[in-house]
Design a binder for this molecule. Structure first.
Ligand SMILES: *Cc1c(COP(=O)(O)O)cnc(C)c1O
Length: 376
């Protein structure tokens, strides 16, 4: 049996959690949270990052921070997780869905500008499968039209665009450390504060609108309510899990890359034969082997493939149902034909099992079974 995802937990994670419970604190901003920040600084040069309770929480914080108002518009892809869109709809903003590039399933940077109106306030990009959007173009558009850029890099921890880590584009970047992502804390995430002017407010919003974090740093002797905020600070016990994972960063990356590379090499023949299409990694994009996707010739072939693989104990799933044509997307006034490529390819794509507890041999087995099913 080859499960879709299996968290990689070792004695190291268990030892760190035990230590956190004995020697750090149960609530947030303890010793392990600080150790995670040191790791992120060392590895990615990230100076300002705040751990949060989820990738979703990071996105919600980002849209609170930029002060969206009801009626504002945010341009975002429809091929994403509901959290990307919920985060700004909760502020009363309206989604303006942009179609994708079929080669990466990322937002099509060439179609963004035509969607800008005088109500547009922000562009929210999603680095699908941990592959970067075309940030040279997108940053330029945001700058010229005076728009905020929020990066949903939930899947992008460890990936790069022309050498620069994902999560560091735009004013604010959002990571997820959910157990289905590459580096995990169970439920958790981080807000990467690229524009330093947001840091003080971000700390306040994360702590129920209070300046409690200034108290913890010894900057004030009592704390109080300053802004409207939420509860987005994760327990230090969870930060201990993430710290252990970060010390295993290279090991986890290498194991995932071995699986990714096997898929990439061994699926080439099936692509040549016209049975499927592999997604592309554009030049300049460094990947973290978060996902491996294939696009099938039709929705029926995809569903059949997924069902038949399941019979063999191989779990491959559809990734996202396009949001613009999901029940909530329709309630928001969208029709399937509004993002034709998202609709077309979103219903033909499948995500293969990929995790650090899998081997290259497992990946080869998956490819063999795919070949048997598609050629039958
Ligand atoms: C996983 C994910 C999220 C949500 O992250 P959580 O930590 O599960 O809240 C948001 N956006 C994208 C693109 C994701 O893949």
């Amino acid at each position: 049996m080859i499960p879709f995802n299996k968290p990689s937990i070792t004695e190291k994670e268990i030892a760190c959690v035990t230590d956190a419970m004995k020697n750090s604190r149960l609530s947030g901003d303890g010793a392990y949270t600080k150790k995670v920040y040191e790791q992120m600084k060392e590895r990615f040069g990230i100076d300002r990052m705040l751990l949060t309770t989820s990738g979703t929480a990071s996105l919600e914080m980002a849209f609170l921070l930029i002060g969206l108002k009801p009626g504002d518009e945010v341009i975002a892809p429809s091929f994403t997780f509901s959290s990307t869109i919920n985060a700004f709809m909760l502020r009363g903003a309206r989604p303006v869905f942009c179609d994708v590039r079929p080669d990466t399933m990322n937002i099509d940077e060439k179609k963004i500008e035509e969607l800008i109106t005088d109500k547009t306030k922000a562009i929210c990009t999603v680095d699908y499968a941990g592959v970067a959007c075309e940030y040279d173009v997108i940053e330029d558009i945001a700058k010229r039209h005076n728009l905020y850029l929020i990066e949903d890099a939930a899947q992008g921890v460890g990936s790069t665009y022309h050498g620069k880590p994902l999560g560091t584009f735009g004013q604010l970047g959002c990571y997820s450390f959910h157990e289905t992502k590459n580096y995990i804390m169970g439920e958790g995430g981080a807000l990467v504060v690229n524009d330093p002017s947001y840091m003080d407010l971000a700390e306040i919003i994360r702590e129920k609108g209070t300046n409690r974090s200034q108290l913890l740093k010894g900057m004030v002797d009592k704390y109080t309510w300053h802004e409207v905020g939420g509860s987005y600070l994760p327990a230090d016990i969870l930060a201990a899990v993430l710290y252990a994972q970060m010390t295993r960063f290279d090991e986890i990356m290498e194991k995932r890359m071995a699986v990714w590379n096997t898929y990439q090499e061994q699926l080439a023949d099936l692509e040549q034969g016209g049975y499927l299409r592999r997604l592309t990694v554009p030049e300049g994009c460094g990947i973290n082997a978060h996902m491996y996707n294939i696009v099938l010739p039709s929705d029926e072939i995809r569903t059949n493939l997924s069902d038949r693989l399941m019979e063999k104990g191989i779990y491959a799933y559809i990734c996202y149902v396009p949001l613009h044509s999901a029940p909530m997307g329709r309630k928001a006034g969208y029709k399937p034909e509004d993002c034709p490529l998202t609709e077309e390819y979103g219903n033909r794509i499948i995500r293969l099992p990929l995790h650090a507890e899998m081997t290259a041999e497992d990946a080869a087995t998956v490819v063999d079974e795919i070949g048997n099913i598609l050629k039958a």
